[in-house]
Ligand binder design. Sequence first.
Ligand SMILES: Nc1nc2c(c(=O)[nH]1)N[C@H]1C(S)=C(S)[C@@H](COP(=O)(O)OP(=O)(O)OC[C@H]3O[C@@H](n4cnc5c(=O)[nH]c(N)nc54)[C@H](O)[C@@H]3O)O[C@H]1N2
Ligand SMILES: Nc1nc2c(c(=O)[nH]1)N[C@H]1C(S)=C(S)[C@@H](COP(=O)(O)OP(=O)(O)OC[C@H]3O[C@@H](n4cnc5c(=O)[nH]c(N)nc54)[C@H](O)[C@@H]3O)O[C@H]1N2
Ligand SMILES: [Mo]
Length: 784
Amino acid sequence: MSPVSPSDKAGAGGEDHQPEPRVGAAPEDPPTFRPYHHPAAGWGAARSVSRVLMRDRELVDGPRAIMRMNHENGGFDCPGCAWPDDIKGLHLDICENGIKHVTWEMTRKRVGREFFAAHSVTELSRWSDFALEDQGRLTEPMVYDPASDHYVPIRWKDAFELFGRTVRELDDPNQAAYYTSGRLGNEATFLYQLMARELGTNNLPDCSNMCHEASGRALQAALGTGKGTADLKDWEAADALFIMGVNAASNAPRMLTALADAYRRGAQIVHINPLVEGAATRTIVPHEFTDMALMKSTRTSTLNLQPRIGGDMALLRGMAKAVFAHSGSDPKALDSEFIDRHTTGFEEYRALCEATSWAQIEEQCGLSRADILKAAQVYRDADRSIFSWCLGVTQHEHGVDTVREIVNLLLLRGNLGREGAGPSPVRGHSNVQGNRTCGIDHRPTDVFLDRLAAACGIQPPRAHGLDTVRTIEAMHRGDVKVFVGMGGNFAMAAPDTPYTFAGLRGCDLTVQVSTKLNRSHLVHGRQALILPCLGRTEKDHQAGGVQSTSVEDSMSMVHLSVGMKRPASPHLLSEPAIVAGLARAALPDSATAWEWYVEDYDRVRDTMAQVLDGFEDFNRRVRLPLGFRIKQPARELVFLTESGRAEFSAAPLPDVRPAPGTLVLGTLRSHDQWNTTIYSDDDRYRGIRNLRTLVFMNRDDMRERGLAEFDPVDIVSTAKDGTTRRLDGYLAIPYDIPRGCAAGYMPEMNVLCAIGDHSTQSDQPIMKHLKVTIDRHARTEAAR
Ligand SMILES: Nc1nc2c(c(=O)[nH]1)N[C@H]1C(S)=C(S)[C@@H](COP(=O)(O)OP(=O)(O)OC[C@H]3O[C@@H](n4cnc5c(=O)[nH]c(N)nc54)[C@H](O)[C@@H]3O)O[C@H]1N2
Ligand SMILES: Nc1nc2c(c(=O)[nH]1)N[C@H]1C(S)=C(S)[C@@H](COP(=O)(O)OP(=O)(O)OC[C@H]3O[C@@H](n4cnc5c(=O)[nH]c(N)nc54)[C@H](O)[C@@H]3O)O[C@H]1N2
Ligand SMILES: [Mo]
């Protein structure tokens, strides 16, 4: 039981891949693992929040700001997850991780010019990711000075001109790529894509390429609407909720309230996840103070199924097979009228289900037929079912097919276009769905481009652009020379860390629009800019007064967000103002009234109303108490597919079993992190303290390798092209996870995900399905 010291664990991400941060504890604090047996949320969450508030010295402002979050009329939208706001206004609609996230942005710490003068980029490159962000908010624009290897101050005007000049000198506008992280408000998003397209490129990679690309592709193909169709009211009316591949207690904690409510009114809640996560047992609903005081918990699950990683499609196929099997004796098992009127491809799908054997299904999902039938029975017994999912379903080679299988199952019983039913993906970033709606798409439709051309008087390019993976590959070929990151932390979030680093370093210019210092500022092009922006909590003053920005949640509700805090520095610009500055410098003769738009975001919204479907009368409707819901054709049973109907798909089951001697590894978030932002080295619901360099393994897989708890191991991944990547000295943790499966934390484990390891169906990196071997750490082995 003697864990190696953290300094022992050399990462394999190249020389500059950091030994990982150990925070929240003194370095000598040993890591511990004690399985968690308490309900989710409750006082553990309250304690964790107060620690964060104290660390960021926000005890006074923090709670006040939190009371203003997610409030109808006049609050700011929580920059945390994309779960919709409480529609009844009954709850104080906040969660532990949302509070941490807001506090993180509101910190009083600052990164000014003195900081950059004191630390060279080479020195900062040795700092941990935690230490970088922990320096606080960026305060003024900075430019990289190669002579001194320091970032030095630059005036906004000169920063814009550096970008403008570099872009104007490109041979081809497609030599630039414009990344978006899903935090960006709708108005800035619209201006950003307008700039890219006016410049002549559709190179708009975004975090969604790594997140729900598979969901969008599948729903678009099956239903002609690339989003979920269920909203919170539907969640309240559903008889059965199937929650697949989402760690809600950590990543969408406000879902806990919906699950607890559903349980109390007798709905069935089936969790499908290789790990039994915090949300899959019980919760103390965090904003119900009486529950908190009495420690009263509510169940959030009626059935937990643990398929193997990648086994979801087989499980869903098994459920469909069971529905068909009953259709002989029970005429109501299938909704034949719905199928006849609204769908196509049914017979082929039925034939495929019948031809898929139970043996094959059991083998692929790793569950017994009896367990699959339990889930099928819940589905058959329910009049109204919702399927909700996140990355556990999408970050796979067959992510698109799996989401289509979810739709297949919904269609069989007509669970679409009526209350309490439908697909309901849980989106990630707070406005990632809005980004797509407002034009961040490397494969825009002609209809969208035609409208953009008409409303904005530009001639947008028609050729498809590059997504995240293709952008990195193009950097390596020298085809992309300018990279703009509109938020996010591209260097750490993207797959194949050393490969991504090399791509960014090969660029002529990298521009990062950010609130905090992160690795993407240190892994830069020959020229580099850091452009600091206002956060969502801050007041955005423009010529036309204080501005608000709109966002769209997971359930297509669009509403306004208004900052309330004094900006972290007087030199910050809003994201729309930064886009306008960049655009004017790159397009000096542009007829677009960039400066005029920034004076008053209502003007941006008026143009958006002409371009975007469902945004008619945008300025008025977005000011309604809860905003408005974007109309979704599929919800009205209008299918904008080729056939004009909802389309069954009939894809054969993939073989997802690990080869002998290998495991399938999924990368996950801990409870105390927000993507690449690490709050602490703890993962409360999984019982972990002071440790991130770990790998969760099944006990029998550990025994087979002669491993005990905390034994150091080396993890070697084999990519599709046969190349290998490794992480050495991680600590093995025995966990309740199916045999042949393993899991550990992103973004550190991106080192293991080769650039070529993306789905052929969507280009989405297969971050939940890495083929690995795990063996005793070579150095300890040698010492034995
Ligand atoms: N606090 C906090 N909130 C967040 C984020 C954060 O980092 N921190 N990130 C935001 C973003 S951008 C996103 S996209 C979401 C991500 O939210 P999640 O999708 O919950 O993120 P992950 O931690 O990657 O967890 C994936 C879940 O899938 C399960 N899983 C792994 N493989 C499989 C599989 O093959 N099948 C099934 N059924 N399940 C599987 C894992 O056990 C885990 O529960 O959260 C958003 N909200
Ligand atoms: N292995 C593995 N890799 C993954 C995943 C995985 O599950 N496994 N998940 C993928 C997913 S789902 C996603 S969404 C991506 C996330 O990828 P990104 O969205 O690129 O990364 P984040 O960590 O969310 O970005 C954090 C940074 O955003 C900046 N920021 C914060 N707030 C603001 C703001 O208001 N404005 C601006 N301009 N900047 C701001 C800060 O500087 C901060 O350092 O990672 C992906 N990578
Ligand atoms: Mo995401």
